[in-house]
Design a protein around this ligand. Structure first.
Ligand code: MCN
Ligand code: MOS
Length: 762
């Protein structure tokens, strides 16, 4: 099956690694020719609609489905009374409880909005109508609405998130200057343009799932384990995704429900999760609280950091939103102590949202650093340079590359930071108070193996094939560039197929790890394919290069030539023709030599082979410094971000145009986080009340100012085979504190509780 049509695009001169090629699939998305998961036609399609709980905690005592079953077009109602016969799948790391049943529609209710029943009908409208007729009797038990609930517990300390060195308490007590603050971030949601959902179909014991995914192989594994079928029997197809931002990494309960219904009815089933249901079908960013105490000398040299954080999790799983993730590595500090707790509340288990952990963590430490700067009358840029960390104090390892100093200096230069006057409320533009602030960000380099297949075809086209995902980051494009580069051909001669669990395995499109990983695999496979072609061209009896005496060949400008220019020059198609080859196909992966079949399967379907930033001789991270300008209306308290300049160290950039777009995207989400985004919980029943795009506000064009982005990175070959570091997430990290710091500079009011809404400023 071909998922993607070969396409024409752009200027071929951009088709090398480092070129500014536009997004390969961009025009397909905006013109509607890209097919999304809910658009796959399937004959005899039935439609499933979820029924969600309306209480936050308790038990489903009875589901009365008589009226729903009698409604027009209804084929089936699934409730907690039905044993779907599913088995619990492995977790992210490949651990699996032996034979434990899995109930996607559980009788126990653990949060408001949990799926407890599903109605399947001939049409979506019939299913939705019938869903309203399902009547549920509950036995309600006490619940905890959120971290703000007066009955909320202390939660539990996450030992693996506790860090300490030196003697932080003593150094803090001895420090001449101390600042202390409590910083809070609310629940935040992904609100991707494409909501969740899937189309699913069985052919005997073969399961096809069309579902937006950040990880085709990982999600396919979950389906195969739920249903007890071999991995090979599942095909998860996800060539185009309308945004994931961390929400589409795993298969979820509604997927199990739809697949079960499809098997039972022996018909394909489509299940569209409504926008409101999206807010509780999977978790957003957990609400966080953290206190930070900084001890320093009179001239602003940090002596100690004491950090205590907490994030909410569900009552049935621990998801830590690590408030101490950026705190230990941004600054030089000899005495440090950090602890993080997870606090169970009646919510769906939270999940990864762009820059998980680092993001709220940076809000804390980067706000606190400016509080310290103002306390001693020091410039916020100066204090950051003064406390620059020359190595990673937490791991004790040297940085692989850390151009954060350059980011601060070049960012400040481009922003015009030296023109700032220090005192709060000292800069204005008519009735508007003007403020400038800085926020640094960081995101770890996470490495994982990947696999790719390269085909050189007789017609001179080159195919790149992988199960990797492009949800908008640019995977199609950078892989086409890699192949074009290695074969010296125009990018128009390259076809890329992605997003299918039957294709070669790949790292997850998550943790900003995919580009570095899959580029390495494609580079390796394409180089091997080129070497094979060179070998044939120099040795094959049919080859015109055989008698040139050359020991290698050049590939450039669409032509294959002998190195000393013996006059022989063929296109790839001509060479393949002379060699009488229909195709050359090479598959390569970046697992260690001699890895077993089991290792391969684990590598693509779990995160067990993923390596963190300090697993090696170095500490490896991307870095950034954001400079924000805000204008605050003195009378109304309205805040507008009027300018942002951000400088980044993400190592080598494979495609600067796409990187800039990634950075801007992150910054825009950061502006939303600073000023708009907040999941509001009804304290009476734990419901997310603003579960729609009218009330859960994300930035629109009119909220977004001019954003200038600057790269200060240098290639880092410890971080990845081709020298790039992660790009996708670091951009959001540090934006909210830069804006909060600018708001303080403008108004003299320190907001430690996101979002910064006008009621907090009045
Ligand atoms: N890139 C590059 N040079 C590098 C690194 C990356 O040119 N050295 C560019 C490439 O275009 C690549 C992109 O940046 O496709 C992102 O690469 P990377 O940082 O490796 O991130 P991933 O491919 O793993 O993508 C996931 C990351 C995450 S974790 C979130 S969350 C996020 C993000 O990407 N969600 C996104 N960016 C997103 N962008 C869009 N449009 N939609 C989402 O849902
Ligand atoms: Mo990104 S939040 O790691 O998918």
């Amino acid at each position: 099956m071909t998922i993607m049509e070969p396409r024409k695009h752009g200027d071929a001169s951009d088709g090398t690694i480092g070129g500014r090629q536009s997004r390969f699939e961009g025009s397909m998305k905006v013109t509607g020719s890209a097919t999304y998961a809910l658009e796959y036609p399937a004959a005899g399609l039935a439609h499933a609609v979820l029924v969600q709980s309306t209480i936050p905690a308790g038990r489903v005592v009875k589901v009365d489905a008589v009226a729903a079953l009698a409604a027009p077009g209804v084929l089936m109602v699934l409730t907690p009374d039905d044993d779907l016969g599913l088995v619990t799948a492995t977790d992210w790391y490949g651990n699996r409880p032996e034979g434990k049943p899995y109930y996607p529609l559980p009788r126990e209710v653990r949060f408001n909005g949990q799926a407890i029943a599903a109605v399947v009908a001939e049409s979506r409208e019939q299913a939705a109508e019938a869903a309203k007729l399902v009547s549920v009797t509950y036995e309600e038990t006490p619940s905890i609405a959120s971290l703000d609930d007066p009955n909320v517990g202390e939660g539990k300390v996450m030992d693996n998130l506790t860090a300490a060195w030196g003697d932080a308490e003593a150094a803090l007590a001895a420090a001449p200057i101390m600042v202390e603050g409590e910083y809070r971030t609310p629940r935040e949601y992904h609100v991707a343009m494409e909501p969740h959902g899937l189309t699913v179909k069985w052919d005997g014991d073969q399961l096809t799932v069309w579902e937006p995914s950040q990880w085709s192989h990982g999600m396919a594994r979950t389906y195969c384990e739920w249903f007890g079928i071999p991995f090979e029997n599942v095909q998860l197809i996800s060539p185009f995704i309308g945004g994931g931002f961390g929400s589409k990494g795993g298969a979820l309960a509604y997927g199990a429900v739809a697949a079960f219904a499809a098997r039972k009815l022996d018909r394909p089933v489509k299940l569209a999760v409504t926008r409101a249901q999206n807010f509780t079908s999977y978790g957003g960013r957990a609400a966080t609280r953290q206190t930070i105490k900084l001890g320093a000398t009179q001239d602003g040299i940090l002596q100690a950091i004491v950090h205590r954080g907490a994030s909410e999790t569900s009552t049935y799983a621990d998801w830590p939103e690590q408030t101490g993730a950026a705190t230990p590595i941004l600054y030089k500090v000899e005495n440090f102590s950090s602890q993080h707790r997870v606090v169970p509340v009646n919510t769906v288990t939270p999940g990864a949202l762009r820059g998980p952990g680092k993001n709220p963590s940076a809000f804390g430490i980067e706000s606190a650093m400016e509080e310290l700067a103002y306390k001693i009358g020091m410039d916020p840029l100066e204090i950051r340079l003064q406390n620059y960390a020359d190595h990673d104090y937490q791991s004790g390892k040297p940085w692989s590359t850390r151009r954060l100093r350059e980011a601060l200096i070049e960012g400040a230069e481009a922003f015009g930071w030296s023109r700032r006057s220090h005192a709060p409320r000292s800069m204005r533009d008519g009735r508007q108070l003007v403020g400038w602030g800085i926020g640094c960000g960081t995101f770890p380099v996470i490495r994982a193996p990947s696999e790719a297949l390269i085909r050189i075809l007789a017609n001179g086209r080159v195919e790149v094939v992988s199960g990797a995902i492009d949800m908008g980051q640019g995977t199609y494009t950078i892989l086409a560039q890699t192949a074009a580069d290695i074969f010296g051909i125009s990018i128009d001669q390259v076809d890329v197929r992605l997003g299918d669990s039957r294709l070669p395995g790949s790292a997850i499109a998550g943790g900003s790890m995919l580009a570095g990983s899959i580029m390495g695999a494609v580079h390796k496979a394409a180089t091997a394919a080129r070497d094979e072609l060179i070998g044939l061209a120099l040795n094959d009896a049919n080859s015109p290069f055989r008698d040139t005496g050359a020991n290698t060949l050049n590939f450039s400008d669409g032509r294959v030539t002998a190195p000393r220019g013996e006059g022989l020059s063929l296109t790839l198609a001509e060479l393949m023709g002379r060699l009488k080859r229909a195709e050359i196909e090479i598959r390569r992966d970046t697992l260690p030599e001699g890895a077993s079949a089991q290792d391969h399967h684990q590598a693509w379907t779990t995160l067990s082979k993923v390596q963190g930033p300090t697993m090696g001789d170095y500490s490896m991270h991307s870095w950034c410094a954001h400079f924000a300008e805000v204008r605050v209306d003195e009378d109304f308290g309205t805040v507008r971000v009027s300018r942002i300049v951000s400088a980044f160290d993400c190592g080598r950039l494979y495609n600067p145009r796409l990187v800039e777009s990634q950075w801007r995207g992150g910054i825009i989400m950061g502006i939303g986080q600073a000023l708009l985004e907040e999941g509001v919980v009804d304290m009476r029943n734990g419901r997310t009340v603003n579960s729609n795009m009218g009330d859960y506000l994300v930035p629109t064009n009119s909220d977004i100012p001019d954003i200038q982005v600057i790269s200060v990175g240098v290639p880092d070959y410890n971080a990845s085979a081709l020298g790039g570091k992660g790009v996708g997430e670091v951009g959001i990290v540090g934006v909210a504190p830069a804006i909060a710091n600018a708001v303080f500079h403008a108004t003299g009011k320190r907001i430690r509780d996101l979002p910064i809404t006008l009621d907090k400023l009045m």
